[in-house]
Design a protein. Structure first.
Length: 136
C-alpha cells in the first residue's frame, strides 16, 4: 500500500511539473513582446510598419482603455499598425468601442500598416474571430 501511495505522489508531482514548465513557453499578454506560441497575440503599434510603442494581448478587447507597454500613452485612437501573431485566426479591428463602427479584418500571421486608411488611428476595439462575442 505504501508503494502505491509513493507512486501516486510521484505521478502527481511529475504531472504538475510538466504543467508548470509547459506554461512558461506560452505567450504572455502585455509583456512588451509580440509572441505567437500557444495561439498567438495581436500587437498594436503607434507607428507604421509595426514599429514604435507596442500593446500586446492574447485577448479580444471591447474597448481600448489600456496603454502601450511601459508608458502612460493610451492606445485608443492611436494605432497605426498591427501584427496578428495568431497563425490561424482572423482578428477584426473596430472604429469604436464594443465592436461597432467600421470593422476591418486581418488574416492570421500578417502585419498591417493602417496609415493609408482615412480610419488610421481610429481603432477602439478588436476581437479574434474565435471569440463567440465577435460580430464576425
Amino acid at each position: 500500500m505504501a508503494v502505491l501511495r509513493r507512486l501516486s505522489v510521484a505521478a502527481v508531482t511529475a504531472s504538475l511539473a510538466v504543467g508548470v514548465f509547459s506554461g512558461t513557453a506560452s505567450a504572455g499578454s502585455y509583456n512588451g513582446v509580440c509572441e505567437s506560441s500557444n495561439g498567438g497575440e495581436v500587437c498594436l503599434y503607434d507607428a507604421s510598419n509595426t514599429t514604435g510603442r507596442v500593446y500586446d494581448t492574447l485577448y479580444s478587447k471591447p474597448t481600448y482603455s489600456g496603454t502601450y507597454y511601459g508608458t502612460n500613452v493610451g492606445i485608443d485612437n492611436t494605432v497605426n499598425s498591427t501584427w496578428n501573431r495568431d497563425p490561424d485566426t482572423y482578428v477584426y479591428f473596430w472604429q469604436f468601442a464594443n465592436y461597432s463602427g467600421l470593422g476591418l479584418g486581418q488574416a492570421g500571421g500578417t502585419k498591417e500598416n493602417w496609415g493609408d486608411l482615412s480610419e488610421a488611428n481610429s481603432w477602439s476595439s478588436h476581437c479574434f474571430s474565435s471569440n463567440s462575442t465577435c460580430p464576425y
